[in-house]
Write a new protein. Structure first.
Length: 121
C-alpha cells in the first residue's frame, strides 16, 4: 500500500477523530450534523441505490445515507484503525448492508459491484 505516512497518521488519529472534529465544528460555529445532512440530501440518493464512500473514516455519514437508501454502503479507508472505529459504530447502531474495506482509491477498479454514488474527500 502506498501512502504509508497518511495511513500512520490516521491510525494514530482514529480514536480521537470524532471528538476532535466535533470540537472544531463547535469552535468554528457550525453544526456537523447539519452539514452532513445537507451534503447527503443534495446527492439525491434514491431508495435501493448503492453508495461507495472513499475515506469513510469513522463512518459519520452512514446514518445520513440510511435516510435515503437501504442499498449497500461500501466504505473504503486507508486506515485500519479508522475502519475499526467505523465497524464499532455499524455494530452499535445495527446498520445493515454495510461493507468496509481497507484500501486506497487507486485500487477502485477491482470492485465488482455497481456503485450509484461515489463519495470521496
Amino acid at each position: 500500500m502506498r501512502n504509508i505516512t497518511q495511513k500512520a497518521l490516521y491510525d494514530i488519529y482514529a480514536p480521537y477523530y470524532d471528538l476532535v472534529e466535533e470540537h472544531f465544528a463547535r469552535r468554528m460555529d457550525f453544526s456537523e450534523e447539519k452539514l452532513r445532512s445537507k451534503k447527503v440530501s443534495a446527492m439525491r440518493i434514491r431508495e435501493g441505490a448503492n453508495v461507495l464512500e472513499v475515506c469513510i473514516g469513522t463512518g459519520g455519514n452512514i446514518p445520513y445515507y440510511r435516510k435515503y437508501t437501504s442499498g449497500l454502503i461500501v466504505g473504503m479507508d486507508i486506515s485500519d484503525k479508522m475502519l475499526k472505529m467505523c465497524r464499532e459504530k455499524v455494530r452499535k447502531h445495527s446498520w445493515g448492508s454495510v461493507e468496509l474495506m481497507l484500501g486506497c482509491a487507486e485500487y477502485l477498479f477491482h470492485l465488482r459491484i455497481r456503485i450509484t454514488f461515489l463519495i470521496g474527500y
